[in-house]
Design a protein around this ligand. Structure first.
Ligand code: NAD
Ligand code: TYD
Length: 340
């Protein structure tokens, strides 16, 4: 393993992985390949932009010719695929881009990677492929019951990875991360959205009763987990990267407000997300057996994260303009108006 293509490396988790790999593996060449959609942001890569073992190429993973070109240009031997449309609410509004990137894009990468003779393909997936789990914990062999267009498209991408391993003998590994939080997360997901809204004393639209449960994982632990599975995962296997930190949304929201010194009265219980999964929960035993262990405790991680958004307004204020405001209106205006 020497020349690693990190797709989606300008996004939230992909950029944490790029920063981690560039700093920890000076002998590897890390090539970030990213389409720079609304969620891709070169600011996330500023800390590594001058490093010798780092390169950036703009491109779409579903563009076969562009993928061929980047694989050849950098003699790529390893692909780590973070590239995805990643937001459930957007997948409910408009699923098209999710099929394009999460399914077709994953297929093109696998196909071109195989033809190019890569040594390993690592697919970054999610606990959402298991669907809603009322009790207990999802383990890697559980069946897929995805409920949102996002989760279904990620499941589709994963199944193609499996097919390329079984049919063509491609060396593949899959990671399934749980809900991730930390610095540089696009402010549409719960933690950065509520944090930055509350900083401006704006209402926090909590879906339904807010009693849904998510399992939270710090982004640096997620990045280290992908590193571990990339190096030590067995070919053809999938590994849960679980935070093993289950929290109700309402409690996460209250904690964010407390950390900011803002009133609980900012919380608004708005009409629920369609098809909303009540609970995700996984065990990380299989990944732990390979030596991965999360390092962040959720309370400490959330406090540091909220502080990061307080100290880095330069990063998120310019995002919350233009198209972002259009999306906000589409997703929340009616919901908030309906409870007034
Ligand atoms: P993100 O939305 O922040 O970033 C996605 C990145 O992919 C962006 O930089 C975007 O420009 C790029 N991209 C999108 N379409 C592309 C295309 N067609 N070609 C090339 N690049 C493209 O997402 P994230 O939260 O960092 O998630 C990264 C991966 O981790 C995704 O595969 C996601 O499914 C998975 N995941 C995310 C979470 C989470 O809580 N955020 C949890 C588990 C798994
Ligand atoms: P999100 O960050 O979108 O991640 P995911 O849907 O992948 O779990 O949402 C986390 C939880 O927070 C989820 O149960 C939905 C809820 N949520 C709200 O209640 N209001 C919001 O505005 C958002 C974005 C999420």
């Amino acid at each position: 393993m020497k020349n690693i293509l990190v797709t989606g490396g300008a996004g939230f988790i992909g950029s944490a992985f790029v920063r981690h790999m560039v700093a920890n593996y000076p002998d590897y060449n890390i090539v970030c390949y990213d389409k720079l959609t609304y969620a891709g942001n070169v600011d996330n890569l500023l800390p590594v932009s001058d490093e010798e073992n780092y390169r950036f190429e703009r491109g779409d993973i579903a563009d076969r010719r562009a993928v061929q070109h980047v694989l050849e240009q950098y003699a790529i031997d390893t692909i780590v695929n973070f590239a995805a449309e990643s937001h459930v609410d957007r997948s409910i509004l408009e699923p098209d881009a999710f099929i394009h990137t999460d399914v077709v894009g994953a297929y093109i990468l696998l196909d071109e990677g195989r033809k190019h003779g890569i040594e390993r393909f690592c697919q970054v997936s999610t606990d959402e492929v298991y669907g809603d789990i009322e009790v207990g914990h999802s383990v890697e062999d559980d069946r897929f019951l995805p409920n949102s267009p996002y989760a279904a498209s990620k499941a589709g991408g994963e199944l193609m990875v499996r097919a390329y391993h079984v049919t063509y003998g491609l060396d593949t590994v899959i990671t399934r991360g749980s809900n991730t939080y930390g610095p540089y997360q696009y402010p549409e997901k719960l933690v950065p959205f509520f944090t930055t809204e509350a900083m401006d004393d704006r209402p926090l639209p909590l879906y339904g009763d807010g009693e849904q449960i998510r399992d939270w994982l710090h982004v640096d632990d997620h990045a280290r987990g992908v590193d571990c599975i990339l190096h030590f995962g067995r070919p053809g296997e999938a590994y849960n990267l679980a935070g093993e930190n289950q929290r109700h949304n309402i409690n996460v929201t209250r904690r964010i407000l407390d950390l900011l010194g803002k009133p609980q009265s900012l919380i608004r219980h708005v009409p629920d997300r369609e098809g909303h999964d009540r609970r995700y929960a996984m065990t990380a035993e299989k990944a732990r057996a390979l030596g991965w262990q999360r390092q962040f405790d959720f309370d400490r991680g959330l406090e540091a994260t909220v502080r990061w958004y307080q100290e880095n307004e330069w990063w998120w204020r310019k995002i919350k303009t233009g198209d972002y405001l259009e999306y906000y209106k589409r997703q929340y205006a009616e919901r908030l108006a309906s409870i007034r």
